[in-house]
Ligand binder design. Structure first.
Ligand SMILES: Nc1ncnc2c1ncn2[C@@H]1O[C@H](COP(=O)(O)OP(=O)(O)OP(=O)(O)O)[C@@H](O)[C@H]1O
Ligand SMILES: [Mg+2]
Length: 256
């Protein structure tokens, strides 16, 4: 090996040493041009100062306070049962954070069973995302999308895998959340998830994040389902309950 080759090899070794184990870098995110119409309620929220807009801002303030007090920056959104508003809350909360002056938001669709975040944000395809990253098929930056909303990045779920719980339970998932948090001090990470009463995914994730928000749907979520969901979050930091009221334009928030 020549001197130059040796020097190049040494430099490559140094680079490898300094690289994050997950190859998380600040590189330009994959830009997607596959947008279709955004969910109408979300675009409405972004355009004007509706009641919903203001109420998501209240939720955002609560998240920012938790950050200021305890450095919390990774938040899981879950609910007891299906269709209670987890995805709606995750997307709106992430948008609301991204609209702040200093903060950026990364929305991760950890509902690998019924991924909907990409659709709500108007993204046609979900061909690459978290599932591919966790299976070592793509790098971090390849699984990310810079959305059409400034300061909001999205890691879609990717194609539905046969083993969602194993992927969510993996060490790589833990490392992903730890590293993203460490590397981007102004970034808030909002995680959508499947219903906690049906699948273990949200319980597993609840121990990997700083805080959990439990969504309940007014007039639908039963008390017994809520109690059982809260019991499943016993070891997590349950920050509060978001009351998603289909008859009013925005959520209510209750400290737990
Ligand atoms: N506050 C609301 N006002 C009107 N429609 C709503 C509201 N919240 C949710 N929805 C509608 O209810 C349906 C379920 O909401 P969403 O997808 O957010 O629930 P989810 O808990 O994520 O469901 P899943 O368990 O299937 O993932 C969607 O069609 C959504 O558009
Ligand atoms: Mg959902």
């Amino acid at each position: 090996m020549s001197l130059i080759e040796r020097a190049l090899e040494r430099a490559a070794q140094e680079r490898r040493k300094n690289e994050s184990p997950l190859a998380i870098s600040r590189e330009v995110f994959t830009l997607s041009t596959e947008y279709q119409e955004m969910d109408s309620r979300i675009s409405a929220m972004m355009q004007d100062r509706t009641n919903a807009f203001e109420q998501y801002k209240v939720l955002r303030t609560m998240i920012l306070n938790a950050n200021q007090q305890n450095g919390e920056r990774t938040f899981l959104i879950t609910s007891a049962c299906m269709g209670e508003g987890k995805t709606t809350t995750s997307v709106n909360l992430a948008i609301s954070i991204a609209q702040g002056l200093q903060e950026t938001a990364l929305l991760i669709d950890c509902d690998l069973r019924n991924p909907q975040v990409h659709k709500m944000l108007g993204l046609r395809k979900n061909s690459v995302g978290l599932a591919n990253f966790l299976r070592n098929e793509v790098d971090f930056s390849q699984a990310l999308i810079e959305t059409s909303i400034p300061n909001l990045s999205l890691m879609p779920a990717g194609p539905i895998p046969p083993n969602p719980s194993e992927l969510i339970n993996s060490r790589k998932m833990t490392l992903l959340l730890q590293e993203v948090k460490e590397r981007y001090p102004n970034q808030f990470i909002i995680i959508d998830s499947p219903p906690i009463s049906q699948f273990t995914d949200a319980s597993i994730l609840s121990l990997k994040v700083d805080g959990v928000l439990l969504v309940a749907r007014a007039g639908k979520t039963r008390m017994v389902a809520m109690e059982s969901a809260i019991a499943k979050l016993k070891k997590a930091h349950l920050m509060g309950v978001v009351l998603n009221n289909i008859n009013s334009p925005g959520p209510g928030y209750y400290y737990y």
